[in-house]
Design a protein around this ligand. Structure first.
Ligand SMILES: NC(=O)NCCC[C@H](N)C(=O)O
Length: 289
């Protein structure tokens, strides 16, 4: 069974990134974002850090799954978040902007087959020009926040409205672009709810912050340097506990989160962020609650 109605309900089952076979076929390597231009991590560092991530999850009683190896078509399988998203009791399979990333979905088919009544519960965009990535969708308090960003377009937002508009209040958000001097790849690189009514926000990334965010949350503001280290990109285990980076620029944010009464487990996690994704990006929850 799959289920997700909130970013912070108790995490029960999750797919995490696959570091095994990382960059095994350099001929197929594709630099897919700005961060990767600064250099790519080594597989042994990824292994160490993903093993710690996995241990924290399993020690917390979460069932952890890893995608199957897709092969040399994809450059990395570290950030399954963007492949799809559980919305209510349905699975949205995303159509991704980067061609090499589209093959990543083959790595999770095994887990999709296990979804009961599977076909009607798996939603796939109809049009090849409809782009949506899971990192741009956040679900909380009856709202489905969706960013038009480097990776999701207005057609993607319209598709979500059509598919999920009866069940959720769709809140479109416009992220500032690279041309406007902001490198926010996805919504979860600038916004993320934590606890019962707190949220992390990098306001400069938004063209306009919607009232559904301003009215519903006590906001912890992240500055540009902290955003670059993906300080918003935490993963909630529950309303009482999150996983965040052990990094000097994330520490002040982690301390603010603690002041809100939430336990923060810090893990050294530098390799995946160098490819563009931290804990939220490196995880795809299948069941919460
Ligand atoms: N939700 C996220 O921000 N995911 C990070 C994706 C990083 C990946 N290398 C990409 O550029 O697509």
């Amino acid at each position: 069974m799959i289920q997700q109605h909130s970013e912070t309900d108790p995490l029960q089952k999750v797919i995490i990134g696959r570091y095994e076979n990382y960059n095994e076929s350099p001929a197929y390597a594709e630099l897919v974002n700005e961060d990767q231009k600064s250099g790519l991590p080594q597989r042994n560092q990824l292994k160490e850090e993903f093993d710690s991530f996995r241990k924290v999850l399993t020690d917390a009683g979460v069932e952890v799954l890893v995608p199957d190896y897709v092969g040399r078509f994809v450059y990395d399988q570290l950030t399954p978040r963007d492949i799809g998203m559980v919305i209510g009791d349905k699975f949205l399979l995303c159509n991704m902007v980067k061609r090499s990333r589209r093959y990543e979905s083959a790595g999770i088919f095994r887990y999709l087959h296990a979804i009961p009544d599977d076909e009607p519960n798996i939603i796939i965009p109809d049009s090849p020009t409809c782009f949506i990535e899971g990192g741009d969708i956040l679900i909380d308090k009856g709202n489905l926040f969706v960013a038009v960003s480097q990776r999701t377009n207005p057609e993607g937002v319209a598709f979500l409205q059509e598919q999920f508009g009866n069940e959720f209040n769709i809140v479109p958000i416009e992220a500032r672009s690279l041309a406007e001097g902001e490198n926010v790849l996805h919504l979860d690189c600038m916004f993320n709810p934590v606890g019962e009514r707190t949220a992390l926000i990098y306001e400069e990334g938004f063209k306009q912050v919607p009232r559904e965010i301003l009215n519903n949350y006590d906001l912890i503001r992240v500055n540009k340097a902290q955003q670059r280290e993906l300080a918003t990109n935490i993963l909630s285990l529950s309303q009482d506990r999150i996983i965040s980076r052990d990094h000097p620029l994330c520490k002040p944010i982690n301390d603010e989160i603690r002041k809100a009464g939430i336990e923060v487990t810090e893990i050294t996690f530098d390799a995946a962020p160098a490819t563009g994704g931290s804990f939220r990006c490196c995880s795809l929850p299948l069941r919460r609650g």
